[in-house]
Design a protein around this ligand. Structure first.
Ligand SMILES: [Zn+2]
Length: 233
């Protein structure tokens, strides 16, 4: 769905709430207390604040923003959605000052607070590194994707043998443990090393094939064997 800035969800609180509820609860309202799905009723009393739901199972009230970055904020949801949209659609990222100018409401302080919260929420959850003392992790790269000769000439890339027209996937496999795969743009010491520094404990016993990219990388780990890889081959 393409959303433009003139969309009512960015300036009408009811439209914003309806949009957010649909996004968060595609199967019907989910009670955050007992996890029932579609068993809640929207409360419609004259004095009831809008967007309040009550679970028919556990009888507790809740809103769609509970447990999200928008929870318990005095800033209306439509303004949060606008700020989030602006920050997510900006490729280069956005400063609080830019956000303040583009929002057209509130104070710089409010914009700063919103930018900070949105950035926090967008941060990837960093998984704990693989491997560690006494553990062995095998690292290997594979290429996935369609055969180059089956593509139209205009779609063909001219990158040399092996990698042509395919996507490189770098996998780390912990013996008797977890597997993690990352899409990499190219298979160089720099790209593979960046993934390993982020995802691999330096106390690990590293095993790779004898590709030259791994020679400088192996030095950062407790041990490095360049051999055949039984788990991946
Ligand atoms: Zn409930």
């Amino acid at each position: 769905m393409k959303i433009t800035l003139s969309n009512p969800i960015f300036n009408d609180e009811d439209a914003a709430r309806a949009h957010f509820e649909k996004l968060r609860w595609p199967e019907g309202a989910v009670c955050p207390f007992c996890n029932s799905v579609g068993k809640s009723t929207e409360m419609k009393g004259a004095t009831t604040r809008k967007g309040l739901w009550k679970c028919r199972e556990c009888r507790k009230p809740f809103t769609a923003t509970i447990g999200t970055l928008y929870e318990r904020s005095h800033i209306p949801l439509h303004k949060w959605l606008l700020a989030t949209h602006l920050m997510c659609s900006s490729k280069k990222g956005m400063s609080a000052h830019q956000l303040f100018r583009m929002l057209g409401f509130g104070s710089y302080r409010t914009a700063w607070f919103m930018a900070h919260r949105i950035r926090e929420a967008m941060k990837p959850v960093n998984p704990s590194p693989l491997g560690g003392e006494g553990k062995t992790v095998e690292a290997d790269e594979t290429f996935v994707g369609g055969k180059e000769k089956n593509k139209h000439a205009k779609d063909r890339k001219h990158l040399g043998r092996g990698a042509v027209g395919k996507e490189a996937v770098f996998s780390l496999v912990e013996r008797g443990g977890k597997v993690r795969s990352t899409h990499v743009k190219s298979v160089t010491s720099a790209t593979l090393g960046a993934v390993m520094r982020e995802q691999l404990n330096s106390e690990t016993h590293l095993m790779t094939d004898d590709a030259r990219q791994y020679i400088p990388l192996g030095k950062d780990y407790a041990a490095h064997d360049a051999v055949n890889l039984p788990l991946l081959r």
